[in-house]
Structure formats: structure tokens, C-alpha cells
Design a binder for this molecule. Structure first.
Ligand SMILES: C[S@@+](CC[C@H](N)C(=O)[O-])C[C@H]1O[C@@H](n2cnc3c(N)ncnc32)[C@H](O)[C@@H]1O
Length: 184
């Protein structure tokens, strides 16, 4: 099992203690598992939940098999203390992610960005964030941190990430970390 993303590790403890976290396109569940270890209840959704079957007996984990690109949003009435998305982008879903946050809920999002096509997959622009896109899409949230740039490890890639809070008010200060050495 892959280690959890350093970005998720960095911000997960900022989620309301004992809260419920939605892991979107959870894959093998590396973040669902990590969040469970931290004591959160976890809802893990993916089109294929078979790689998380071992979590099915955990009362604190809800596995939801759903096609997030063809079917309806599976959680129209639910709000989460945290929403985690890594290595997944389906633009029509982005507004649902913000709407799915409870008051003070934290969005932790990280995926590949434009420029990544130089280093490997994904290279299709549909799966690559544009410069500043997460800041723009989640402009109603209070941004805690944002990064966009090239990084050598764990493999050469261009990534964009945001951590932002549903605070109901705009932030007094904007903590913005831009990678000046970004290759585009
Ligand atoms: C690159 S993996 C990322 C997994 C996990 N977030 C991680 O970082 O370890 C992308 C995930 O998106 C899921 N996925 C792709 N299309 C989907 C869809 N239409 N609905 C739900 N999940 C989908 C795949 O099954 C896969 O688990």
C-alpha cells in the first residue's frame, strides 16, 4: 500500500476531531486507512471499491461504489468535516466538493497539473489542473495553503494542491505558497 500523501498528512489533523471524512476516488484506500488511524470516521467512494474490501467490517468505514462521472452525486444530503481528493480530477464534481463541506469542514485536494505531460501520465488536459484552478474554483472557501509546481519526488511531476476551509467568511489573510521554480 502506498504511503499517504504528505499534503494529506500535513492537514488531516486540522479536521474536526472525531469527524467524518469523505475520501473521493479512494482507490486502494490509502487515505481512508490513514484517516481511520487518526480516529476519523471515513466514507470512501470509488467506482471500484474491491481494493478496500478488507475495510468492509470496520464500523467506522463506509465503502460506497459509485460512478462519479456518469451517475448522480451519491451524497446530496450529506456534509463532511473533511473531503480528501488525491490524484483524481473530474471537473463537473468540483462544485459538489465545496458544497459537501460542513461548517469549518476542510478540503484537502492534490492532483496533477499542466506541465505534467512532460514527465508522464496523466498528460490529457482533462486530467491536469490549470494554473491557479483550485484557487479559482474554491474561491468561496478560506484558503489555508496552496502550491503548484514541479517536484522531483516521489517521481518527477507537476502537481497542484490546496487546503481550504468552509468557514462561511473570507479569510483575513491568505497563506499562499507558490513554487517559484515551477516548470510549466
Ligand atoms: C489514480 S487513482 C487515485 C486513488 C487514490 N485517490 C490515491 O491517490 O491513492 C484514481 C481513482 O479514481 C477512480 N475512478 C476513476 N473513474 C471513476 C469514476 N467514474 N467514478 C469513481 N471513481 C473513479 C479509480 O477507480 C481510481 O481508484
Amino acid at each position: 500500500m502506498l504511503a499517504p500523501s504528505a499534503w494529506v498528512v500535513r492537514f488531516a489533523t486540522g479536521i474536526r476531531k472525531g469527524g467524518t471524512v469523505l475520501d473521493v476516488a479512494a482507490g486502494g484506500g490509502r487515505h481512508a486507512r490513514y484517516l481511520r488511524e487518526l480516529g476519523f470516521r471515513t466514507v470512501a467512494v470509488d467506482i471500484d471499491v474491491s481494493r478496500m474490501n478488507d475495510l468492509a467490517d470496520d464500523d467506522g468505514v463506509e465503502l460506497v461504489a459509485a460512478d462519479l462521472e456518469s451517475g448522480p452525486w451519491p451524497f446530496p444530503e450529506r456534509r463532511f468535516d473533511g473531503v480528501v481528493v488525491t490524484n483524481y480530477l473530474h471537473r463537473p464534481l468540483l462544485s459538489m466538493l465545496a458544497e459537501s463541506l460542513a461548517p469549518d469542514g476542510l478540503l484537502i485536494y492534490e492532483t496533477f497539473a499542466e506541465g505534467n505531460e512532460r514527465y508522464g501520465r496523466p498528460s490529457n488536459p482533462s486530467f491536469l489542473l490549470r494554473d491557479g484552478e483550485l484557487l479559482e474554483v474554491f474561491s468561496e472557501l478560506s484558503v489555508i495553503d496552496y502550491e503548484h509546481g514541479f517536484e522531483e519526488r516521489p517521481r518527477p511531476a507537476v502537481r497542484q494542491r490546496i487546503c481550504a476551509k468552509q468557514s462561511g467568511t473570507k479569510p483575513l489573510t491568505l497563506a499562499l505558497t507558490l513554487n517559484a521554480g515551477a516548470e510549466r
